[in-house]
Design a protein around this ligand. Structure first.
Ligand SMILES: [Fe+2]
Length: 470
């Protein structure tokens, strides 16, 4: 009789050597609900809603490896505003992996790039051989669902009242094969449009979900993609789904033989798919190689032959996610892309260092916008993101505001009287976290209100403002 010895779990990650597990990125393990937070300045009384944000936050100290921002469990933070008062709650996104680790009291699953999976002896037959699920990138509300979004996977539904994790969802089939963490909601129709990339054919699909949450179409394969490509975000206009297929290719063969899972292949260039939302044939547009994490917005030109206008942060190179590390530069960029194959890419600004997370007023998605805000490291690389940058594309001006804290994604908060930008920052000196509210028409005047958050909120990824129903 022979017995099989289960593989030995990987060793703990050396936390102190990992910049994304220490300092302002250190995981937060407390879960709290605190009302009536201290506010300096004044919360406008016409703001009623919640600022939600998701981000990697390992439930237990990780084992094996930790690759930011791919690894980590999700933690959702909520700052609720009502009648000038502010409260805060936070909860882990409790996947089956988090629940099993909580029962064990330690990490069981290793980093996503390790290839290690736990045995049935450790986690039972249902979870044996699985990888950690990672709904830690974004939080999206649509069609009656509040969803903690993962990359190329199905999201988890959260209870909007308690933030408790409910269940994984395929969104009425639209996310049957998975979803980007960055679906786009068209304010004119209420439709949510999403794409998914896959390691297997069909490599790229897209879907549309109606405002009431039922699936209108998809997952529909995108013609013209015959290998697995990494695509993080998308753009949407009234006419088109716009997918930038940058040359970052999954190479499973290389990964199996100890090489990099992702390969940068600049000779392929960047290909852009204009996918008519009405189901017409895909138009492909070819341009130089570059990388995109995030789009600010996109909209149609005045006539169909004018194509689409897309604002995004263009990177010269995808940084550490490819097998040939070299410095990368970023710039706020506007591309005008025509269905006849012509494209013009113009730099709007390259003054901010490591610019990311471009956002607009979400009510203007698919339509022309004037204001864009991003987060960056200011004119110099100071380590953490330390400033918010504000662009008025109508006036052609740019300004920035540095709070003296490590600051995260700016989110547009419409008000009945005045609009604002909201962002969370953490002081690296004392690790206290704050929520800043800046007037959208004068953000560099400094916050109209600064809220003392009751616990440290780790530097994280994406969020949304969810207005209370009026
Ligand atoms: Fe993202």
């Amino acid at each position: 009789m022979t017995t099989t010895t289960p593989p030995t779990p990987p060793a703990p990650v050396e936390l102190t050597h990992h910049s994304h597990l220490t300092g302002v990125f250190a995981p937060q393990r407390e879960e709290v609900d605190v009302a009536d937070l201290t506010v300096r300045g004044e919360i406008p009384t016409d703001l009623n809603g919640s600022y939600l944000r998701n981000g990697p936050n390992p439930r237990f100290d990780p084992i094996g490896s930790f690759v930011y921002p791919l690894d980590g469990d999700g933690m959702v933070h909520r700052i609720s505003i009502a009648d000038g008062r502010v409260s805060y709650s936070n909860r882990f996104v409790r996947t089956p992996m988090v629940l099993a680790e909580e029962a064990a009291g330690h990490a069981i699953w290793s980093g996503i790039t390790d290839g290690y999976t736990p045995s049935a002896d450790e986690v039972g037959p249902e979870l044996a051989g699985t990888f950690r699920e990672l709904p830690d990138i974004n939080i999206v509300r649509h069609g009656g669902r509040l969803m903690a979004m993962a990359e190329s996977d199905q999201p988890y539904l959260l209870d909007p009242a308690t933030l408790a994790t409910l269940a994984k969802t395929d969104c009425d089939g639209a996310m049957r094969v998975g979803s980007t963490a960055h679906p786009k909601i068209d304010p004119a129709t209420g439709e949510m449009v999403l794409f998914n990339y896959s390691l297997e054919a069909p490599y790229l699909t897209w879907s549309t979900v109606a405002a009431d949450g039922h699936t209108i179409s998809g997952p529909t394969p995108v013609d013209g993609v015959d290998e697995s490509v990494m695509i993080h975000d998308m753009a949407l206009t009234s006419r088109y789904v716009v997918l930038f297929v940058c040359p970052l290719i999954f190479d499973l063969e290389a990964a199996m033989t100890g090489g990099s899972l992702l390969t940068w292949r600049p000779e392929t260039g960047t290909r852009i798919a204009l996918i008519p939302r009405d189901g017409g044939p895909v138009r492909w547009v070819q341009t130089d190689p570059f990388w995109v994490w995030h789009f600010a917005n996109a909209f149609d030109g005045p006539n169909p032959e004018d194509g689409v206008i897309v604002d995004y942060v263009e990177w010269s190179y995808p940084g550490g996610f490819a097998d040939e590390p070299r410095p990368a530069t970023s710039a706020l960029t506007r591309a005008i892309i025509r269905p006849d194959g012509k494209i013009n890419r113009n730099t709007l600004s390259d003054n901010a260092f490591n610019m990311e997370f471009p956002r607009v007023d979400d009510r203007l998605l698919t339509r022309d916008h004037r204001r864009v805000a991003t987060v960056a490291k200011g004119p110099h690389d100071t380590g953490d993101a330390d400033s918010l940058w504000f662009y008025d594309l109508g006036a052609g001006t740019e300004t920035f505001w540095s709070p003296g804290t490590a600051i995260g994604e700016p989110i547009y908060i419409p008000g009945a009287d005045r609009d604002h930008w909201g962002a969370i920052g953490t002081d690296p000196a004392d690790m206290r976290s704050y929520f800043y509210l800046l007037a959208a028409d004068d953000p560099t005047a400094g916050p109209v209100a600064t809220v003392d958050l009751p616990i440290r909120v780790p530097a994280g990824l994406h969020g949304a403002w969810l207005a209370d129903p009026s």
